[in-house]
Write a protein that binds this ligand. Structure first.
Ligand SMILES: Nc1ncnc2c1ncn2[C@@H]1O[C@H](COP(=O)(O)OP(=O)(O)O)[C@@H](O)[C@H]1O
Ligand SMILES: [Mg+2]
Length: 308
C-alpha cells in the first residue's frame, strides 16, 4: 500500500513535470513508471486509474471550471470501462503463463524422479544380480564361471548405460552443487572428449530456481554439443551472470560460425537443437539471441527473468 502511495506521488509529479514542459526527458519518466508498475504487479486498469487521479489533481490545482472537470472525469470513466476487456486478456495471459511455469516445474520434478529411479533402484537390482551370479559361479565348473564373467561384463555395461541416461535426464551434480560446478563438470568432459577448451566464468552465488537451473544446464549442453559438432573451434566460454531481475548466460566459441538466418529459416529440416533451446525457454519467459557469421565464431545469449 505504501508502495502504491509512493507510486501515486511519483506519477502525479512526473505527469505534472511533463505537462509543464513536454520534452523527451520528462517523457522517459513515463517509461520508468510503466516498468515500476509492472514490477509492482499493477494492472492496466489500476495504472489508468492512477493516471486519471493524477490528472484530476493537477487540473483541480489549475482551477479548471467544474463543468469541464466533470466532463473530463466522465470521459475517464468511459475510457476505463473500454479497457476492461484488455485487462481481462492480460490477466488471462498472466494466468496461462503461471500455469505453464507450474506444469514445467512438475514435469522437471517427474524427470528428476525417473532419473533417480533409473540410477538408484535399477542400480540396486543389478547389484542383486551380481550377488546371485557370484553364488552360481562359486562352486561351478570353469566353463560356467566363464559364462558368469561374461554376463557380469554385460551387467556392467548396462549399469554404465543407465548411469549415462540418468545423468542425461537430470544431472545429480546440478542438484548437489548448482550450475557453475555443473558447467565446470561439462567443460572438463568436453575438453577430454572433444579436445575443446571450455572456460567457465561467473560466481556461483545463490542457487537459482530449479526449473531455471535445469533448463540452463540442458541448453548449455546443447550449445556445447553444437560447438563440438559443427564449429571446429579451439575454445569456448560459458558465462553466467545474474541480477535481481534476470539471469544472463552466454555460450560463445571461436569457430567457423554459420549463417543464422539461413539455418533458422530452413523449416522442417533443421535439427532439434536450436529449436529445442527456444522450446525450453518458453515456459520460463526466457529468450535466446544467436549471433554468428562465417569465420567469426558463434555467440548464444540467453536471458531468463527471475520472478519476484
Ligand atoms: N556453434 C556453432 N558453430 C557453427 N555452426 C553451428 C553452431 N551451432 C549451430 N550451428 C549450425 O546450426 C545448425 C543447426 O543446429 P541444431 O539446431 O543444433 O541442429 P543439429 O546440431 O542437429 O544440426 C547446425 O547444423 C550447424 O550448421
Ligand atoms: Mg545441435
Amino acid at each position: 500500500m505504501k508502495e502504491t502511495s509512493n507510486f501515486r506521488t511519483s506519477f502525479t509529479e512526473d505527469l505534472g513535470a511533463y505537462l509543464r514542459r513536454t520534452d523527451e526527458t520528462a517523457l522517459a519518466r513515463a517509461y520508468d513508471l510503466g516498468r515500476r508498475a509492472l514490477a509492482e504487479k499493477l494492472g492496466l486498469l489500476e495504472l489508468v486509474t492512477l493516471q486519471h487521479q493524477a490528472l484530476g489533481r493537477i487540473l483541480a490545482r489549475a482551477e479548471v471550471d467544474p463543468a469541464t472537470l466533470g466532463r473530463i472525469r466522465a470521459a475517464q470513466a468511459f475510457f476505463i470501462e473500454s479497457l476492461s476487456p484488455y485487462e481481462m486478456t492480460h490477466r488471462a495471459f498472466e494466468d496461462a503463463n503461471a500455469a505453464l511455469y507450474r506444469i514445467n516445474e512438475t514435469l522437471e520434478a517427474e524427470v528428476k524422479r525417473i532419473a533417480h529411479l533409473l540410477h538408484d533402484e535399477a542400480g540396486q537390482l543389478l547389484v542383486a544380480v551380481h550377488i546371485a551370479l557370484d553364488e552360481i559361479s562359486r562352486d561351478a565348473r570353469p566353463d560356467v564361471q566363464r559364462r558368469c564373467r561374461n554376463t557380469r561384463d554385460i551387467l556392467d555395461q548396462i549399469e554404465r548405460h543407465l548411469r549415462d541416461v540418468s545423468h542425461e535426464l537430470h544431472p545429480t551434480v546440478l542438484d548437489d552443487l548448482g550450475l557453475i560446478p555443473a558447467f565446470e563438470f561439462l567443460a572438463k568432459g568436453m575438453s577430454m572428449r572433444a579436445g575443446l577448451r571450455v572456460a567457465v566464468e561467473g560466481a556461483a552465488g545463490e542457487r537459482l530456481p530449479p526449473a531455471i537451473e535445469t533448463a540452463l544446464y540442458h541448453i548449455v549442453v546443447e550449445a556445447l554439443t553444437n560447438v563440438a559438432r559443427h564449429a571446429r573451434a579451439s575454445r569456448a566460454t560459458i558465462r553466467l551472470e545474474r541480477d535481481a531481475s534476470k539471469v544472463h548466460c552466454v555460450v560463445k566459441d571461436d569457430g567457423a560460425g554459420f549463417d543464422v538466418k539461413a539455418v533458422l529459416s530452413r523449416r522442417g529440416q533443421r535439427g532439434l537443437g536450436l529449436a529445442g533451446i527456444r522450446e525450453r525457454l518458453k515456459p520460463l519467459m526466457g529468450s535466446v539471441e544467436i549471433s554468428s557469421a562465417p569465420a567469426r565464431g558463434t555467440e548464444l545469449s540467453i536471458e531468463i527473468p527471475l520472478r519476484s
